[in-house]
Design a protein. Structure first.
Length: 260
């Protein structure tokens, strides 16, 4: 296991690098462009990626690497451990000068995350989780939502479709990982998506939420495994254990339609 404290220090350094170019309510002080339609990236994303690759690589050069901002290399599939990295999760909030973004890093062994850290420098939040050891935010132990009634569940979203208006909207950061931490700290009961997403988007938050007591699966209720050849999964459910079955049932027809 690499030095955890050194890894956390590197992640915080990366977050501070991003913060230096971030401007509240404004575009960042670095260039921004689209990698593809509706998929923005900034020079800072790339700088954070490079810094993390160097710092984490120095800690343990025999660990594979999979990051949103690095070209994937098949060599990682032959390695027993990988860093799974999203240099800036919530890039849209970052480039709009909003606070809902973070640096997200997980260490995967086999197909499961065993260590995770997320740092949101604007809100000064540092989440850390170790497999089997629980989750903390700024050193304080987190305990996930224990809600058992699906109706009225708190969901971080900008809007609810008519069929879901028996749920309760709460504030939504752009970062999917930060939304998952809201379940981990009992500020939300459910986060759900019905689109294909990449492993780096959720790996760290998966362990953080799970170690706090939440359940994390695909949108169809299947376990999520990491370091796949195609590092993607269909949708996400991150929620209180007591409402997971109801969430799967609520999304069942919509998921089937999209998969068809």
């Amino acid at each position: 296991m690499p030095d955890r404290d050194a890894a956390i220090k590197a992640i915080c350094e990366a977050g501070d690098l991003a913060l230096a170019a971030w401007r509240e309510g404004m575009a960042p002080a670095t260039g921004v462009w689209e990698k593809s339609k509706d998929n923005p990236v900034s020079e800072t994303d790339l700088a954070v990626d490079a810094l993390l690759k160097q710092r984490l690589g120095d800690l343990a050069p025999n660990i594979g690497w999979l990051s949103e901002e690095t070209v994937d290399h098949p060599d990682r599939l032959s390695m027993s451990r990988q860093w799974l990295v999203d240099p800036i999760d919530g890039t849209r909030d970052y480039i709009r000068g909003r606070s809902g973004w973070c640096v997200s890093v997980a260490l995967v062994e086999g197909s499961e995350a065993v260590f995770a850290a997320m740092y949101a420098p604007v809100t000064k939040q540092l989440w850390v989780a170790h497999k089997g050891e629980g989750t903390t935010c700024n050193g304080k132990r987190l305990f996930a939502s224990t809600r058992s009634d699906f109706i009225g569940a708190r969901v971080p979203t900008d809007a609810l479709p008519k069929v879901d208006r028996d749920l309760e909207m709460v504030h939504k950061p752009n970062s999917i990982a930060m939304r998952m931490t809201m379940v981990a700290c009992d500020r939300a009961d459910l986060v759900a998506t019905l689109r294909w997403g990449h492993e780096w988007d959720i790996a760290a938050a998966h362990l953080i939420a799970e170690e706090a007591g939440a359940v994390v699966t695909s949108a169809t209720g299947e376990p999520i495994r990491y370091n796949k050849r195609e590092p993607m999964d269909f949708g996400l459910i991150c929620c209180a254990p007591g409402i997971h079955d109801a969430a799967v049932e609520r999304l069942k027809e919509r998921a089937a339609s999209l998969l068809a």
